[in-house]
Design a protein around this ligand. Structure first.
Ligand code: SAM
Length: 286
């Protein structure tokens, strides 16, 4: 592959199965003179295996600003750079977003390649009926902050997608159940694309027992997907929140402000109120 003009290529790498590296990703990694990697030691064996000889730059979460400048300098000098993380798509619960933004702000080209992303792989097999999903990634590790974050999401009608590591799986599933309630469906997608891949769906209220029944079920990397809040549960429908929201909208307030005020007045979930107001506006237009 010949690279005609310098660009930053954003290159997803496998999340387990090396066969998932695309031909285009291999071509780019072998063609670029520079590879910015989240962890150069982690990525070196993969790059060696591919016969990619580009020089490595460290681009991790603690040096993204400095790394961005190095990437911009290489591009300005006419050399292309590939950006990779330890696994999956850079910028998705991984460093990369700041580098991409800085490169574009410097007027240089960013070329994204499609490829492995644990959230998308999990969604494709979860079978959740919701037409929309919200990708949250990792929840905070502290219990209080984790619960606050979950409360913010609780009323949304969208499927919720989280990342979790094995050492926190039990406490996170317990928190999901406590805040979102036992009835919503949880899909535990574990070790995707790997030897011990498993995808299990159950009501949130049964998930802890299922995990505890076999220690192997708690091992490996997880994507957790939770079905969206049912309509009666969403904090906006029919209740005081909705009544106040209607009044504020009727008074001519913009949707965002009306949702914010209705939330402040009634405590109903702001996101749910906002979604409701948008839906009304759509209905009124059609
Ligand atoms: N950038 C990556 C992506 O595109 O999916 C995510 C990186 S994030 C640091 C790592 C987390 O992704 C893991 O803790 C786990 O939650 C999820 N993950 C990565 N690989 C996975 C796999 N093979 N199976 C299930 N979850 C995985």
């Amino acid at each position: 592959m010949t690279i005609e003009s310098p660009a930053l290529y954003v290159v997803p790498t496998p999340i387990g199965n090396l066969g998932d590296l695309t031909q285009r990703a291999i071509d780019v990694l072998c063609a670029v003179p520079w590879i910015a990697a989240e962890d150069t030691r982690h990525s070196a064996p993969l790059l060696r295996q591919l016969g990619a000889h580009g020089r490595l730059l460290a681009a991790h979460q603690h040096n993204e600003a400095g790394a961005a400048q190095q990437v911009i300098d290489r591009l300005a000098g006419g050399e292309s750079v590939a950006l990779i993380s330890d696994a999956g798509t850079p910028g998705i619960s991984d460093p990369g977003a700041r580098i991409v933004a800085a490169v574009r702000a410097a007027g240089q080209r960013v070329i994204p390649l499609p490829g492995p992303c644990a959230a998308v792989v999990a969604l494709s097999a979860a079978g959740l009926a919701e037409p929309h999903f919200l990708f949250h990634g990792f929840l905070p590790s502290k219990a209080r902050q984790r619960e606050d974050a979950l409360r913010e999401l609780a009323a949304l009608p969208h499927a919720l997608v989280f990342y979790e590591a094995p050492h926190r799986i039990l406490e996170t599933v317990a928190a999901l159940c406590a805040v979102l309630g036992p009835e919503r469906t949880l899909v535990l997608a574990r070790e995707l694309t790997k030897l011990f891949e498993s995808i299990h769906a159950c009501p949130l209220g049964e998930a802890l027992d299922w995990l505890r029944a076999d220690a192997n079920r708690q091992r490996g990397e997880f994507v957790l997907l939770v079905s969206g809040a049912p309509p009666a549960d969403n904090g906006a429908e029919g209740g005081e929140g909705e009544r106040v929201l209607r009044l504020l909208l009727a008074d001519g307030l913009p949707v965002k402000q009306a949702a914010k005020l209705a939330h402040a007045i009634t405590g109903a979930a702001r996101n749910a109120l906002y979604e409701r107001a948008l839906a009304w506006r759509e209905e009124a237009r059609s």
